[in-house]
Design a binder for this molecule. Sequence first.
Ligand code: HEM
Length: 564
Amino acid sequence: MPSANSYSNSASNAKSSYLVLLVLIFVATNYVHARLHFQKAQVRQSTVSNEAPPMYPHIFLSMGHTLGFIFNNPDFLKKASLYAGKLTSSKIRVFGKDLYLFQDRETVTKLWKAHSLSSPIKFYVHVLRHLFGMDERAIATYKADNSGPFLKQFPGSSVKHNNRIDHLTHEGFKRAFSGPGLAPMTHRYMKILDKKLCESLKGSGWNDMPDLLEFFRMVHGAALLEVVFGPSLIKVNPTFLRDIWEFDDSTPLLARLVPKFLVPKPYERRQNLHRQFRRWYAYARQHFSETCIYDDGDGDPYWGSELIRYQQRMYLGADGFNDDSLAAADLALVWGTLGNAIPTTMLSVYHVFKDPCLLHRVRYNLQSTFNGTPSTEIDPCILIQDPLLSSVQAETLRLYVNVCVMLSSPHSDIALGRWWMPKGAVGLVHSGITHKDGNFWNTKDGAQPVDSFWADRFITDPADPASGPTRDPAVRQAHASFGKPSFSLQGLEASWMPYGGGNAICPGRLLAKRVTLFTIALMTKDYDIEFSSDPIQLGSMKFGMGVDKPKKPIPFRIRKRHSS
Ligand code: HEM
């Protein structure tokens, strides 16, 4: 006979099962309701305008989409921005906060033009604090700066000129990377890279190397670092470059806000880099004088460039800044300068050498344009007009760059056509999603899929009606009118966005293009490179901060060419 105890056990089991069932019914009903709401809003949006994007349905009531966002970032965001096979906009909830994910072309085009989204201070504060370790006194100056990036302050702002950190920072970047600093920086890169490449190889035969990325990080990375920061930074800190790349490898953890007590290494690396910057400041302050500035009017052996001399004056003149805060800002700048430019240049070079036919075309074009001109005397203004090289770089950025641009409008709601973005909300646009939109990009009827490299994707050839970057008829129109095969990014702003967009677009993009194109030219003209046949596979941890690392080393061999 069953005992009283076993009766009470089975009664309590039945009670628990009943409770679980109730919870499941509640969750399922909620989910179905959310799904219907999402679908209704998406359909309604084709006729009605000015409505905030609807919440993408989720099961975990308190967690929202946090797990998918943190652990499966690119795939989750892709799912959340598709409706009926097309890119759209939606709302997601991460750590209890609503984020707007804008991915359809119409909305993104409007976002890049919205004046009031041009100062993503919230984003700068988040990144400077969590990634680069800026102290709270300097962060407070950023937070208080509501004056905007332009010369004229936003209405209602009365921030003192020395604390207009957003405007002053961007002025410096503009002058350095797209104004008077661009040509001297490009020429310095050409000279320094040529020298460092020669020094890195032994003898005239093949040199076997264990990893292409490591080679680019240490040789090309050293060249680009010296262009902006000069030779003294490394001279007084011999391990700086290695430490920076180790820091780069830690950024996925810092971006996910993994606390120091769980994983102390990234925090220690960052502290160590701050110390190295401070050591360099002391050295440069002791040795620099105006007479050291190079004949190009920009570089010098201690601070490296006018940008760094300007930043020293400007940041130290702002409230709350000291050498520690300056070190955090410089760490951000070193990382921004090298972090994506070096791996994308490496990948461009990789694709050119990997395909013998492409390599032949690249060499042939360079020979026709520059004849026997030594590589370091190539005119970069002519080089960047080469459609094939430009297309190789654009295609590399399309295929590999995953950036998640953050936007916010602190003062007003923003109308974006079909959707609007509420005042104070945070918006996201993910390049990896639009870069692989099979509805937009030309795939030559599937022969050149969006997830593979096609060197000619960005070239429009008047003799080939099926050429050109897109299948969108309205955009194709803009690309069709040139007399010979040409490269153009016109009309692609809402689909090709490795550098972000709008006023906050990457200020280094012009220099990045010159760096990549010159590197391809130098290496194809003057070197032979061979790889094993294994295809390259990249990881997926970078969390919307650019290019991921290859999962495995890429062994190769390289030798100097004797006739170029
Ligand atoms: C292929 C190479 C590069 C890629 C894909 C890239 C991408 C980006 C992106 C997506 C942003 C954020 C834009 C936004 O928030 O809307 C950015 C910002 C920035 N980039 Fe680049 N970048 C590259 C190369 C460079 C280079 C070579 C430099 C310097 C010489 C540079 C300097 C910067 C700086 C200073 C910022 C911060 C701008 C700010 O504070 O608003 N970047 N970059």
